[in-house]
Design a binder for this molecule. Structure first.
Ligand SMILES: [Zn+2]
Length: 473
């Protein structure tokens, strides 16, 4: 009977192997050039590759900025063959982290051609492959690329979508083992020999979580007809969960939780790290420059909104993530590029910071009972941030130079950052890393003088007026 195979654990060795064919040619899968691509478990591949990185002193997760402690925890968990649960608010790189783990898998694996779950030729899991390797004279093989399967935590997910459809009954009725009624793998089974990334594991209905636990722990599936079918899939489970889930979203079930190591993923620790993340991930790779002072103003504004000491902290319910930072960088660069600025100017924030609002408004939530609007919060936070950056620039101006600067401005009465040469400009050029930033630097120096000394006023895009002159006229 065909269904006997279903319950059998099939192991293929050179002594009982069929003829394996790869790209039309018979191959010895135990030969030196092929043996690496089968028989090993996913956790063994990961462990070996991790050791390879460690012995070279290289970081396998170099696309992740900072997060040294978290990376170490991930490596330790992977070395000991554990599954991983990333816990943290959205936008702090849980998905990126899980993707970078897949780099530790071989770039390809040998699989039985036509298998719905890409079975290993030496230890097939699905019925039709079990039968094939035991009965067929010739079994065709193929290489499959490394797998990273994202499984969204959707409360509407069905068993069929998540686990799959398996029916022993249909086999008894005479259906072919390959028939979709007999076996249709769901997303988890498709992650066989790869990484299954459960995005928001807690949102998967609890009944399905129980089935997942059965699959991972007992390595079997109970069919709707009540048959218990062994399903020894080999996959590394990486899951994410958001601590700020609103009511109504189910939690992760205890038995599942018990099979994972929790690693907390928070916001970037330093402003420098967040700037790096923003620059690496922005969409607009080219265009106007974003000078360091603007990067700092924008990043500090976002970071302030996450800070308990922020003056709006008790109003902000959901904080902006790194995505807010990335979009802010994109939008100010877009604005500056459209206006033909070599580097970002303050006017690129928008007259009433509209450009900043565009990036932030949909990315944080305020207490709904609150009268203070999102607009006011953004304006307040950004102004504070400009103040802080300006005061650090102001403090860099040498005392003598400052006197000369004010004399120069008083003499000219009105100065324009787009068209200025002299003492202010020569100091400004000292804070530039590239000459394209000069106009932006002159403006930020003038803005710093305006905000910190009160001797000049901003009177338009890049234009500042000497106040004493203002009073005389
Ligand atoms: Zn198969």
């Amino acid at each position: 009977m065909e269904f006997e195979y279903i319950f059998e654990e099939v192991k293929v060795k050179p002594s009982n192997a069929p003829k394996f064919v790869l790209n039309g040619e018979e191959v010895d899968i135990w030969s030196e050039n092929l043996s690496y691509y089968h028989s090993k478990s996913i956790s063994n591949y990961i462990r070996d590759n991790l050791m390879r990185y460690e012995s070279k002193g290289k970081d396998p997760f170099n696309e992740i900025v900072g997060k040294k402690v978290e990376k170490d925890m991930v490596k330790t968990a992977l070395m000991s063959g554990s599954n991983i649960l990333f816990k943290g608010k959205k936008g702090y790189g849980k998905t990126t982290f899980s993707k970078s783990i897949s780099k530790l898998l071989p770039d390809k694996l040998l699989a039985i051609k036509g298998c719905k779950i890409h079975d290993d030729p030496t230890q097939p899991v699905c019925f039709s492959c079990k039968k094939k390797v035991l009965e067929a004279e010739e079994v065709e093989l193929t290489f499959i690329p490394r797998k990273w399967i994202r499984i969204p935590g959707d409360p509407m997910t069905t068993t069929r979508q998540l686990i799959g459809g398996i029916s022993i009954q249909k086999i008894k009725e005479g259906y072919d083992l390959d028939h979709p009624e007999v076996f249709t793998p769901g997303r988890v089974l498709k992650a066989h020999r790869g990484i299954a990334y459960f995005d928001e594991l807690g949102s998967i209905p609890s009944a399905l979580q129980t089935l997942l636990h059965e699959l991972f722990e007992e390595r079997q599936i109970t069919t709707p007809e009540g048959d218990i079918v062994p399903m020894k899939i080999d996959t590394l489970v990486v899951a994410s969960t958001n601590p700020a889930n609103y009511k109504g979203v189910s939690d992760i079930k205890e038995p599942l939780l018990d099979r994972m190591e929790q690693i907390d993923i928070g916001p970037p620790e330093t402003a420098e790290e967040e700037i790096e993340i923003g620059l690496r991930n922005m969409n607009l790779k080219e265009g106007s420059m974003i000078p360091e002072w603007h990067l700092r103003i924008l990043v500090n504004a976002v970071r302030c909104m996450r800070n308990k000491n922020c003056r709006y902290a008790n109003r902000i319910e959901v904080e902006p993530s790194c995505r807010a930072t990335i979009k802010l960088f994109d939008h100010v660069r877009a604005s500056a590029t459209r206006k033909g600025h070599e580097a970002v100017m303050l006017s690129d924030y928008g007259e009433n910071f509209e450009v900043v609002k565009l990036a932030l408004k949909s990315r944080f939530e305020v207490d709904y009972e609150n009268e203070i609007s999102k607009d006011e919060i953004i304006e307040g936070v950004l102004n504070d941030s400009i103040d802080a950056v300006c005061s650090s620039i102001y403090s860099m101006i040498p005392r003598n130079t400052f006197g000369d600067m004010i004399e120069e401005i008083a003499r000219r009465k009105i100065v324009n950052a787009y068209d200025l040469n002299g003492i202010v400009t020569s100091f400004a050029s000292s804070i530039c890393s590239r000459k394209e930033e000069l106009r932006s630097a002159i403006e930020i120096v003038l803005e710093a003088i305006s905000r910190c000394s009160g001797l000049i006023d901003r009177a338009g895009d890049g234009v500042y007026v000497y106040k004493a002159y203002d009073r005389q006229t």
